[in-house]
Design a binder for this molecule. Structure first.
Ligand code: DDH
Length: 285
């Protein structure tokens, strides 16, 4: 039953589950994209919407969905994310009551769960904001850099070493595109299924500089089909980071547990929630 008071529709968990189900259905229907799923690019949209958060000034974060506008939509880090935003257009049309900012993070949750990842508890409450709330360029990580930069960027959002490593496991999903970031290739052999393979490959494969005209990146010596960014390699160069890479490489359950917590935290950065309670969505079969 939809609750209608004075023309205002107050959505309940079952209404958000309908949005989730629609996204899950579209993911199956549009399996001709990239490696067979829009899932990875949806996760990246939710992360880039959220990862602009600055804990000191309390600006940025998923509240606002300001990536809809230039200049933020045109920031180099956001290249290619129009694919994810366009994918969600019909969902917004069918459920006009949901804000873009709630929709983008809900789509990130749906994508993770539909790609066999852990449940990510989620709550609504984000409001869309106008162009004046766009964040300055440079808040998201630069893949050509290393541990010092990673800590500067992620500490600004409020994340510690363990959380940086747990978040980075998202790179089990998706790939780099030369026409977006300039980098090329997937991190794992199963880029549409969430696993701890990112950590296993970091620990077990030999990685060497890729010989090409593009930006500095690494390739696996044995098959030359996988990639790592300089920021990915920093996770095994740094002793503290590496201890968590080792842990997650050995223990997928520990990874899923920590990934769920840290993604939930990421997607909530800077959001002035009115409700404490979170909902957990049913994944499709
Ligand atoms: Fe990432 N990421 N990411 N990433 N990311 C790229 C793709 C994807 C960095 C750089 C890149 C996270 C952290 C970092 C995903 C999720 C997450 C690409 C390639 C670059 C470059 C884009 C393209 O060419 O299409 C860097 C640097 C960092 C870091 O310093 C830690 C985090 C925290 C997440 C997350 O979701 C929690 C996903 C998914 C993709 C694949 C997108 C796709 O289209 O496929």
């Amino acid at each position: 039953e939809q609750v209608k008071a004075a023309g205002v529709f107050t959505p309940k968990q079952e209404d958000y589950q309908k949005v989730y189900d629609k996204i899950a259905k579209l993911l199956v229907e549009h399996d001709d994209y990239d490696d067979g799923s829009y899932g990875p690019v949806l996760v990246r949209l939710a992360w880039h919407a959220s990862g602009t958060y600055d804990a000191e000034t309390k600006t940025g974060g998923s509240n606002g969905a300001t990536m809809r506008f230039p200049p933020e939509g045109d920031h180099g880090a956001n290249a290619g994310l129009h694919a994810a935003r366009d994918f969600l257009d019909p969902v917004k049309k069918e459920f006009p009551w949901i804000t873009y900012s709630d929709l983008w993070t809900l789509a990130g949750v749906a994508a993770i769960q539909e790609m066999q990842g852990p449940k990510i508890p989620w709550r609504p409450g984000r409001n869309d904001r106008d162009v004046s709330y766009c964040t300055p360029d440079g808040r998201l990580p630069d893949a050509s850099k290393e541990q010092k930069h990673l800590r500067a960027i992620f500490n600004r959002m409020g994340f510690n070493d363990q959380e940086i490593v747990a978040l980075s496991g998202a790179h089990a999903l998706g790939r780099c595109h030369t026409d977006r970031s300039g980098f090329s290739g997937p991190w794992t052999f199963s880029p549409t299924t969430l696993t701890n393979d990112y950590y296993k490959l970091l620990m077990e494969e030999k990685w060497a500089y890729k010989k090409w005209d593009g930006p500095k990146q690494f390739e696996d010596v044995s098959t030359k089909t996988l990639m790592m960014l300089p920021t990915d390699m920093a996770l095994i160069k740094d002793k503290s980071f590496k201890s968590y890479v080792e842990k997650y490489a050995k223990d997928n359950e520990a990874f899923f547990h920590d990934f769920s917590n840290v993604v939930m935290k990421l997607f909530e950065l800077g959001v002035p929630f009115q409700i404490e309670e979170r909902m957990t969505f049913k994944a499709s079969e």
